[in-house]
Design a protein around this ligand. Structure first.
Ligand code: GLA
Length: 387
């Protein structure tokens, strides 16, 4: 159990007992990609894979952080945390008490031992899981009471986004942290990134004889951050040209008119992705409401094509998962997350999980790609105290 492993690392490193262990899940997004920073809609689920944090308060304002995944103890004064400080994984830990303090909460130093069981670099939001596990610990240990309801959890998610954007300096939207803070077992989380309204949408594939297969392509891609930032910048530029605060304000019915007013083909394609993708989230919620999984699968495929051709965030490995899964009988498949590598998801019959996995593995071997890692997941719960 990772609760125990986080505690054991804590004891070994700090020669004391932690005050508790908290954890938060990774996520896969069912649909609605690169929509969050456009004020749009997305539909993630929490994963069974979680990151654990064993934590104890300190009264000298120091943060000391260690990871079961290796490396030295990182030590930094809370007063010295800021943009780009500390660097690496510790930024996602240290940034959280820093952001909570900026939001007006009284927090002090911490000793933290983490055990990350969300695959790293797989596009499954291991960084948000880490931030949210630490945020849950901070809320309990400093008596903030923010885990108690959705409003408090939304505030914690916002602090985690601030930690990621400002301290870790990754210009991501808010989907991952909201999923890690608000996901419920057996449900997908419909997230409206314009007004932060959320809705729990029942998502029980087992009952329908289906399964959600995640395939981590293990594809590496250089310049990931630069590519993501470019997508965000072009969307913001398109919104400026259209005179709207975000692309969310462009209704799908007005898309052609909007496209006609944009200055380049690149901006037209980015805009077409965002506006149609937001509409696909609305359609996906309707499909789930009626247990129409054929329709959901078809929407996955439309979404993937839009990510491949319009916002251009797919890679060969991701396209190969989608094509192979569909050829093996999947109802639909799409890449998930930021793109440029990472994971794809496939909606498959429960009895076809193994056969689909084998077909994807064989296709990867044929093309000389690294061996992928595939596993079926169910929608799991948000950040919580484990011990
Ligand atoms: C990454 C970011 C999210 C979101 C997705 C794309 O996961 O962290 O904020 O933008 O990419 O949907």
């Amino acid at each position: 159990m990772s609760t125990e492993s986080a505690s054991a690392v804590f004891r070994d490193t700090f020669a004391a007992e932690p005050e508790g262990v908290w954890s938060a899940p990774g996520r896969v997004n069912l649909i609605g990609e690169h929509t969050d920073y456009n004020g749009g809609l997305c539909l993630p689920i929490g994963l069974p894979q979680r990151t654990f944090a064993a934590v104890r308060r300190r009264d000298d304002g120091m943060l000391r952080m260690v990871s079961a995944q290796g490396g030295d103890v990182v030590e930094v004064a809370l007063d010295d945390v800021g943009p780009g400080r500390p660097e690496g994984w510790a930024a996602y830990v240290a940034g959280v008490p820093w952001a909570l303090r900026r939001a007006g909460h009284e927090v002090s130093g911490l000793d933290v031992a983490v055990d990350g069981r969300v695959p790293l670099g797989a596009g499954l939001s291991s960084s948000a899981a880490l931030e949210c596990a630490v945020a849950a610990a901070a809320s309990d240990l400093f008596g903030l009471g923010l885990l108690a309801d959705a409003a408090g959890r939304t505030a914690l998610a916002a602090a985690c986004v601030e930690a990621e954007n400002t301290v870790a300096q990754a210009p991501t939207g808010g989907m991952d942290q909201s999923a890690a803070m608000l996901a419920e077992p057996g449900h997908a989380l419909l997230l409206d990134c314009r007004d932060h309204h959320t809705e729990q949408v029942p998502f029980d594939l087992a009952e329908a004889g289906l399964a959600l297969l995640v395939v981590d392509t293990r594809a590496e891609h250089a310049l990931v951050d630069g590519q993501y930032a470019e997508r965000r910048d072009s969307c913001e530029q398109a919104a400026r040209e259209l005179g709207v605060p975000t692309l969310r304000e462009v209704a799908v019915g007005d898309l052609d008119d909007a496209l006609g007013r944009l200055s380049s083909d690149l901006l037209r394609r980015r805009t077409r992705h965002v506006v149609t993708e937001i509409d696909r989230v609305v359609q996906a919620r309707e499909a789930l409401r009626h247990d129409d999984f054929e329709r959901l699968g078809a929407l996955f495929l439309l979404s993937h094509a839009s990510m491949r051709d319009d916002i251009e965030i797919s890679v060969d490995e991701l396209d190969t998962v989608v094509e192979t899964a569909v050829a093996a009988g999947a109802l639909g498949a799409r890449m998930t997350g930021g793109g440029f590598g990472g994971s794809a998801i496939a909606l498959v019959r429960a009895d076809a999980v193994d056969a689909t996995t084998e077909r994807v593995e064989a296709a990867f071997a044929d093309k000389g790609f690294r061996a992928p890692q595939a596993f079926a997941v169910t929608a799991s719960g948000a950040a919580a105290r484990d011990h």
